[in-house]
Ligand binder design. Structure first.
Ligand code: COI
Length: 441
């Protein structure tokens, strides 16, 4: 599908100009009507859910409940998209028209318009068509993160750091929330089709939620995947002439039997990024040793929280670019000067303009891993290899995205730098599933 039908939806610039400064345009009536629709949806509250509600609803499925789920997604997503479109309309003109931001605005406007026109779903056949529609939109949005990251980096000189970061956070939390709802519904529908009517057995996945997610296995799966391709995390170290690229050992200790209900792809995205950073830092700090100091992953399960601490001896986080570890989560060049690096902007441009975009590192990782069985994976089955995607350059969004994933259902990600020695990262995730999705949806 083309991104925008120009006859049905006027181009971005007039719409934004009108939204910002009220210019009267030739097609003012159309624009006015469309923005009225947007306002109507944006004025509604999002119906936020907890992880537990997603599990409880999905656990016993029948036709009526599946249709109910479809119509919830159909009516909820345009509300959530409308909030973010309004948010974008409130940005300074120089920001919304920035390469990347403008593209995302168009994508969201088109999606909003399609969802609001989508007819009520009454039958299983109609639900199949709706799932296909969702899958198409999910794919079309695969480059949203690098596009936004590029656009916001380019806009960094025009936005105060707090404003930039809070805007980006709302965009990313909301995006996760929409993808969770859409993917959960698609997964519930697939399970239903495979004949899983009735109650899902305890410990089995419910939609996209793994009710018995084994933390140790997730860490092992991420380590195995990364170990299979050290060249990817180590491009510039190789260029620096390191002779030995052996992967650090990942020693896992603590409560090794820990399981909890969570979205496996969110957990593994974070662990994957943290291990990648630890390995990279360890290799840079110890360029010539043949056996790198181990990376230690400690799992601690309390009644209401699972904590994973990842400790490395990679020298710590401080460098000339940042003054506090949390600056690494920032998209503003004021807090993190690397945001305006030419090489990074170039890499972002490449990824955001490719048709696959971030699928390789986020979405495809997420989607492919979902299909795998819940065991430590064979590295040959790694998502990027399955997708046949070559290693891509670093675009600096792993840590900010990990922070967003961690906090989405009320968890946290804390970086503690022991400068000159190493870094401890504490990932805390709620265990009971009773926290609502982030307020920013
Ligand atoms: C996104 O991926 O950015 C979305 O908003 C997807 C959603 C419309 C299903």
């Amino acid at each position: 599908m083309s991104i925008t039908s120009r006859t049905a939806i006027p181009s971005l610039i007039p719409r934004l100009v009108q939204a910002h400064i009220g210019t009267r345009l030739a097609s003012t009536a159309v624009h006015f009507y469309q923005n009225k629709q947007l306002e109507l949806y944006a004025s509604k509250e999002a119906n936020r859910l907890t992880l537990r509600q997603l599990v409880f609803f999905g656990r016993s499925m029948n036709e009526e409940r599946l249709i109910k789920s479809a119509n919830y997604v159909r009516t909820e997503l345009p509300v959530r998209i409308a909030h973010r479109l309004r948010d974008m309309q409130a940005l300074p003109y120089v920001v919304v028209t920035q390469e990347g931001v403008a593209k995302v605005y168009e994508l969201y406007w088109t999606a909003f318009d399609k969802f609001r026109r989508y007819p009520q779903i009454n039958t299983l056949e109609e639900n199949d068509a709706f799932c296909a529609f969702l899958r198409t939109i999910l794919d079309e949005h695969s480059t949203v993160i690098p596009s936004l990251s590029l656009g916001l980096s380019l806009s960094s000189p025009y936005l105060a750091p707090d404003r930039l970061d809070s805007f980006m956070r709302r965009m990313l939390v909301s995006r996760i929330s929409r993808r969770v709802l859409a993917e959960h519904h698609v997964a519930l529908s697939q399970a239903f089709q495979r004949g899983r009517e009735g109650k899902v057995p305890s410990g089995a996945p419910v939609g996209i939620i793994h009710t018995g997610l084994n933390v140790k296995e997730s860490i092992e799966r991420c380590a195995a995947y990364l170990r299979s391709r050290p060249y990817d995390v180590d491009q510039d170290i190789m260029e620096g002439g390191s002779a030995n690229l052996d992967w650090s050992e990942v020693a896992i200790d603590g409560h090794l039997e820990t399981t909890f209900a969570y979205i496996r792809e969110h957990l593994e995205y974070i662990i994957f990024e943290l291990l990648k950073n630890s390995f990279r830092a360890s290799r840079i700090k110890h360029p010539t040793v043949s056996k790198l100091p181990p990376i230690r992953a400690t799992i601690v399960a309390a009644d209401n929280q699972v904590t994973i601490r990842i400790s490395d001896q990679g020298g710590g986080l401080m460098n000339s670019h940042i003054t506090t570890p949390s600056d690494l989560f920032s998209f503003s060049h004021v807090r993190n000067a690397t945001r305006l690096d030419d090489a990074r902007l170039g890499a972002l441009r490449t990824v955001s303009s490719s048709t696959r975009g971030m699928k390789a590192t986020v979405d495809e990782q997420v989607e492919t891993w979902r299909r795998q069985e819940n065991t430590a994976s064979d590295p040959r089955e790694s998502p990027e290899q399955n997708a046949g995607v070559a290693p891509h350059p670093s675009i600096g969004i792993g840590l900010p995205m990990s922070n967003i994933f961690a906090t989405y259902f009320g968890g946290s990600l804390e970086l503690v730098s022991m400068d000159g020695y190493g870094t401890d990262v504490y990932l805390r995730l709620p265990r009971l599933g009773t926290n609502l999705e982030g307020i920013e949806v």
